[in-house]
Design a protein around this ligand. Structure first.
Ligand code: ZN
Length: 502
């Protein structure tokens, strides 16, 4: 901001004047030049206005043949300055044009982040400044602050949203009579700002799997909100979403990547009469990391099928296990599967081993039988289609116990015909209902068949406690749907019937 003084030419007359009763120097507000003195001269109407009265200074009017000094003093009949005028000036002194240094300070009001920033040019020998404010339409100004003599700026933070405020600024000084006087900037001109919406509070940003969920306090006067985001390593925010409607005060950001940290803020907006979007103040900022963690612990639940074992799970930041736990396994770890069959829960879990830590990589719904023998077994043989008791047939059969206990698909009523599924048996998945085999959905039987080599350990137990992954649920099939919707060889049937997502 400019702090310069402007030198202006005062209005000067060429006048024959008689100075009467002048008994002192008239301290000029005009500048910090101490020699500069104004002599009020001439007629009785040469009113010495600078009396310490605020009122006369503000909006001082020029009397006839007079001029207004910057201090607001009305000098009728002409202003005379310069040293030459000091020496009494009595008698008929013809004065020609004289220059006068005069202060012509201005002030400026700007809205920054919904606060009014008032800058004013420093006034010489000031004892303080008065910052006046009123709401547009009100008649009275209030003095809202005295920032002190050394300041040239004041920030008015206590503003209501969507309100027009009018300001004026004055410098307070001691006049030559020793009284307080006020010099109004810009000759009393008032300047205004209109506030926008105030900031909303961004309450929380939480990672939900590979996305982030934002919640903020709603702003009833807003027409909507901008969601602003930056990477924690980036400088600038970008607008990622415009949300219409003040009551919509949450957002799920799905356009995020794993292992990145994001910083968010919210900016409310209103649409003005010209339908232009006017932004309000910005909210606080909240950072959120979208990351995976690998959490391992020894299972202390005695009712867990993995009691006493150390189990590690890849989790999202919110504690949800990721869907594909095998994504981060080494090739060696992928050769190290152990299968746990929990009869009580109708759940089969496949674990990979990382040292002594078990990592659950698959969770299947299954139907074991009461005859399924509890204990530790090893897989013996794999058969693509195999005849089961019934007679009936299963796909992707992996023998667990030598007396004829298998992992296999839900049974079919014909050999090598995947369109003759027992729908009843499929819909009972999760229940203990087999003759001893462990029935699985087709994709699950195939996964074990494809991924678990002969000799894989199978632990059969019956436990009601903790399992590291939830058991999947199934949707019951209608009677006509005589194929397993998870069978890769049956996709064309579902396509024909436009079912199961086709
Ligand atoms: Zn289907």
């Amino acid at each position: 901001m400019s702090k310069q003084f402007k030198k202006i030419l005062a209005v000067v007359f060429s006048v024959s004047c008689i100075v009467t009763g002048f008994d002192g120097s008239f301290y000029s507000m005009a500048s910090d030049v101490s020699q500069s003195t104004v002599l009020p001269v001439a007629s009785e109407s040469a009113v010495n206005v600078v009396s310490g009265s605020v009122a006369t200074v503000s909006g001082a009017s020029v009397t006839s043949a007079g001029t207004v000094t910057s201090s607001g003093a009305v000098v009728s009949g002409g202003a005379v300055t310069s040293d030459s005028a000091i020496d009494g000036g009595n008698g008929n002194t013809e004065e020609d044009i004289e220059s006068e240094e005069e202060f012509e300070g201005d002030f400026y009001v700007e809205l920054e982040d919904n606060k009014a920033v008032i800058d004013f040019e420093p006034y010489p020998d000031v004892i303080n400044y008065n910052i006046y404010r009123k709401i547009a339409g009100e008649s009275e100004f209030d003095i809202i602050a005295n920032p002190g003599p050394k300041k040239d700026s004041y920030t008015d933070k206590k503003l209501k949203e969507m309100t027009k405020y009018v300001y004026k600024v004055s410098a307070v000084y001691i006049d030559e009579d020793g009284e307080e006087a006020e010099y109004f900037y810009s000759y009393g001109e008032k300047k205004s700002v209109t506030t926008g919406l105030k900031a909303v509070k961004l309450k929380s940003v939480t990672a939900v799997k590979v996305s982030t969920k934002l919640k903020w306090k709603k702003s009833p006067k807003a027409d909507g909100y901008f969601v602003m985001r930056r990477l924690s390593t980036a400088k600038n925010f970008k607008k990622i979403k415009k949300i219409t409607g003040y009551q919509n005060h949450s957002y799920l950001d799905t356009d995020v990547k794993l292992n990145k940290k994001y910083v968010y803020k919210i900016v409310p907006f209103v649409k003005n009469k010209e339908k232009k979007v006017v932004k309000g103040a910005e909210s606080n900022q909240i950072a959120c990391a979208v990351k995976l963690s690998f959490s391992s612990k020894r299972i202390t639940d005695k009712n867990s099928s993995v009691y006493g074992k150390k189990v590690g799970v890849y989790m999202y930041a919110d504690g949800t296990p990721i869907e594909n736990q095998s994504k981060y396994l080494s090739d060696e770890e992928k050769e190290s599967y152990t299968i746990y069959v929990n009869k009580a829960k109708g759940q089969t879990l496949v674990y990979a081993s990382r040292g002594s830590t078990l990592i659950p990589v698959q969770s299947f719904i299954c139907s074991p039988g009461y005859a399924t023998p509890v204990g530790t077994h090893r897989t013996l043989v794999k058969l693509r289609w195999h005849e089961l008791m019934g007679p009936c047939w299963g796909q992707w059969c992996t023998k667990v116990v030598s007396n004829g206990i298998y992992f296999h698909s839900i049974f079919y009523n014909s050999y090598n015909d995947n369109k003759r599924l027992s729908v009843t048996a499929y819909n009972r998945l999760g229940q203990v209902c087999s003759h001893g085999c462990i029935r699985l959905q087709a994709y699950a039987a195939k996964w074990i068949y494809d991924n678990c080599k002969i000799g894989t350990t199978v632990v059969v137990c019956s436990k009601t406690g903790y399992e590291p992954l939830p058991r999947p649920s199934i949707s019951a099939l209608p009677a006509w749907h005589t194929w397993d919707p998870t069978d890769p060889g049956a996709v064309s049937y579902c396509k024909e019937h436009h079912c199961h997502g086709y």
